[in-house]
Design a protein around this ligand. Sequence first.
Ligand code: ATP
Ligand code: MG
Length: 581
Amino acid sequence: MTYPVLPKPASDQMRVRPHIADIDLARQGFTWDAVAKELGWLPGGDLNKAYLCIDRHANGPLASKLAMIWEGKGGEEERYTFADLKAETNRIANALAQLGVKKGDRVFLFLDRVPELYFTFFAALKLGAVIGPLFSAFGPDPVRDRLQDSGAAVLVTQPDLLRKVEGILGDLPALKHIVVLRRNTAEQPVANRRCQDYAALVRGASSSFTIVPTSYDDFSVMHYTSGTTGKPKGAVHRHLAILQQYATGKWVLDLHPDDIYWCTADPGWVTGTSYGMLAPWSNGVTQVISQAGFSARGWYQTIQKHRVTVWYTAPTAIRMLMKAGEALPARHDLSSLRHICSVGEPLNPEAVMWGMKAFKQPIHDNWWQTETGAIMIANYASMPVRPGSMGKPLPGVEAAVVDAYGKTTTPGTEGDLALRPGWPSMFQTYWNNRPLYESRFRNGWYITGDRARMDTDGYFWFVGRSDDVINTAGHKVGPFEVESVLLEHPAVAEAAVIGKPDPLAMEIVKAFVALKDGYQPTDELRHSIMQHARARLQSIAPRELEFRPSLPKTRSGKIMRRLLKAQELGLPLGDTSTLEE
Ligand code: ATP
Ligand code: MG
């Protein structure tokens, strides 16, 4: 099956004019100084993400604009303006200062997606602290690993979450304070000498606060990577990253002042902070934050209820929506949606085409990783989408496909996806692991760990992670191509392929498949899927296919092929701290 290039929308048909009319033109002669100027930042002056996201708006005409529409698990709602955010963040900043939190201290957040998570994040930035957000679904081991590795001084959490990890507290001598948020006063306080009650700290704290001076180079946020390919690494970002987070909010998410924006990612991974906090609020945009987890019906209801206009989500979620069928979106009023973006895994062409049916518009794939801090390669609102492609690099970003020596390859050749260091949101190190950081560079390029190809028009195409590429009978097979073909079969909801050692072919392609509702894992169906794959892929089609009720994924929704491989080969599973249960 070949997929059509989706036509570039005529500008008079678009509800708003895209910020970037022509990406190739925008890339010419671009400098980041223009973005700095737009944000009002003078190089050499202080730069603080919290100021740019909150106080700047609260001190100006946007003070009474709605910043956050929060929807709780039970459907309850809370609303905060930029002025409210300034007051709330100032109160908790004063409270943390009282506890002795200083510039450079690591403050870790282990909270559900509740408003206080957002208040504390920006409060700690105002103090010049370094934030480490953790998924609330983590168990004791991943929490201990991250608090130990970072030497965190403060943990902000909730009683039920703290009880879950109580057993690790003795292993954390550097942890001075545990701030416990009880949203519901019926929740029992936790008795531990290091515990402080959030409400008691904030009560009586002043709503004025002078931001501790931070330079562009000071660390601001550290995120542990998803752990898809191995033990998670703590990528550290500085305040300067806000330039790129702001700019990509405009160029890629195409945010405009009257948008209602919804990012479905949890702040436990980088999309949930770069695009669930920093990009929308540095752009002064209203965002919806939903505490509830995934449910197809619930998600459509959220879009309908809040008239969401711009939606940023992930391929796994889109595949789950596809699994739930097309009738469901048709029963909701999703007419407010004008722009949809996706990140986290490759977006299969089938999913882009499904978006055309379900939402009457393409889903715009974009590529980046924890280390890059912000979007690097994207499909832009004004650009024709080539389904299956990640799009083109941002203005101010130099991306290339390089060979084993770090030399750029000719268009069409597969190689390592590489980036020229120096973009504003580039990670500064892996915490406690400088040698690993340094090992990621080759001939002046940062090597991303992904394999890709660029076509003659400058579009980038994802092949697979370097670790996942399969070597079968002399062919290098990228999992993405094979999985995308498997997903074209009407019965297939999810697919992952691995290389299984083989005495003749070196490796054979083995597929793992989860079926859509209503399909049974029969031999006949296996035959039908393999036939379809053979017709489309010939020699690189899977030789074996195993049905699974679901595929192992990280908490950020990424399929863990290394686990499938380890299980297949009977090897140790390695780090499973981020595995979704
Ligand atoms: P770890 O580094 O711990 O193995 P991880 O790489 O999955 O985990 P993240 O930084 O959360 O951790 O994910 C970034 C990776 O996700 C990218 O390097 C890439 O492999 C994949 N990815 C993200 N967006 C896309 C996309 N649009 N297309 C293809 N792959 C993507
Ligand atoms: Mg990675």
